[in-house]
Design a protein around this ligand. Structure first.
Ligand code: NAP
Length: 277
């Protein structure tokens, strides 16, 4: 497993996403993923699967200390008391006495960052949170958060895939020693049937999904957390370290952003104006 260094954290570059994977399927997926070599699992209070993620880790033969476990404070739990109380519930559900990374899931317009980040700093001091970070923060919001905390903000987890340009945030995160964690790295499935990604993959005997993931992790400071349920998909997503995209291929894949965005913009301009990034 490759790692991304950010602040005082070493984050496994490829993690397992678990959104919409619930119940026993989730516990089984986490157990299988760890057996296959994954060492990074991403969950959230909102996903309703923290207990099953904990069960999967417990059932696997991998030591808890060897797993980089992330959870996120729900948008409704960002006031100080709620943040602390809900985090304690998360620990209980996860069956662990610490998480490796705690994120603010989404900024809340009416809860000042200081309020939540203050509690996260305390939890970090107390040792129940090893690292802190944010999610769905713009570069300006990330910069503001970095000016508030004592502990380093080690990542901003955002939508990032070949259809979503994040070059501003990526440039800012690189100069700020913050990892960019790419969620929905497969475009929630869009990348799987992408003809350009498939054509590039043919040269390496790789699928379009594998090319999309390789494109992400080949960028400095980028972590990707694809969600996969089946053993086949879990294995395929790990098998992206035996080939390297050329500079030209990296640049061509980046042009996909303009394509799909323009198509959605043409169909739903009102909707696109309401999406912040
Ligand atoms: P995604 O990872 O972009 O795509 C998941 C889809 O791709 C699933 O349908 C999965 O199918 C399929 N898939 C996975 N590997 C494949 C492969 N090798 N070949 C073909 N299909 C494959 O979508 P996502 O779940 O939206 O994002 C990933 C993770 O990011 C989430 O699970 C969550 O942990 C995190 N996330 C965070 C936020 C946030 O606000 N911070 C928002 C969204 C997501 P199977 O399940 O059948 O394998």
């Amino acid at each position: 497993m490759e790692y991304v260094q950010a602040g005082d954290a070493e984050i496994p570059e490829l993690g397992l996403g678990t959104w919409q994977n619930t119940g026993q399927s989730c516990a089984e997926t986490v157990e299988t993923a760890l057996e296959l070599g994954y060492r990074h699992v991403d969950t959230a209070q909102m996903y309703g699967n923290e207990a099953q993620v904990g069960e999967g880790i417990e059932r696997s033969s991998v030591d808890r200390d060897d797993v980089f476990l992330t959870t996120k404070l729900d948008r409704g739990n960002l006031e100080a008391d709620d943040a602390r109380e809900s985090f304690e519930e998360s620990l209980e559900k996860l069956g662990t006495d610490y998480v490796d990374l705690l994120l603010i899931h989404w900024p809340h317009p009416r809860v000042p960052f200081e309020e939540t980040l203050g509690v996260m700093d305390e939890l970090h001091d107390e040792g129940t949170v090893r690292h802190i970070g944010v999610s769905n923060f713009t570069p300006a919001q990330l910069e503001e958060a970095m000016g508030i905390t004592r502990a380093p903000i080690v990542t901003d987890q955002v939508l990032y895939n070949p259809y979503k340009d994040q070059s501003d945030l990526h440039a800012f995160s690189l100069e700020s020693d913050v990892a960019l964690t790419a969620y929905s790295p497969l475009g929630r499935g869009d990348a799987i049937s992408d003809s350009m990604l498939a054509a590039i993959g043919e040269r390496y005997d790789k699928s379009a999904a594998q090319v999309a993931l390789r494109w992400l992790v080949q960028q400095e400071n980028v972590v990707a957390i694809p969600k996969a349920t089946s053993r086949e998909h879990l294995e395929a997503n790990l098998a992206i370290y035996d080939f390297e995209l050329t500079r030209d291929e990296m640049e061509r894949i980046a042009t996909l952003d303009g394509g799909i965005k323009r198509r959605i913009w043409n169909r739903f301009p009102g909707l696109m104006r309401r999406i912040p990034f």
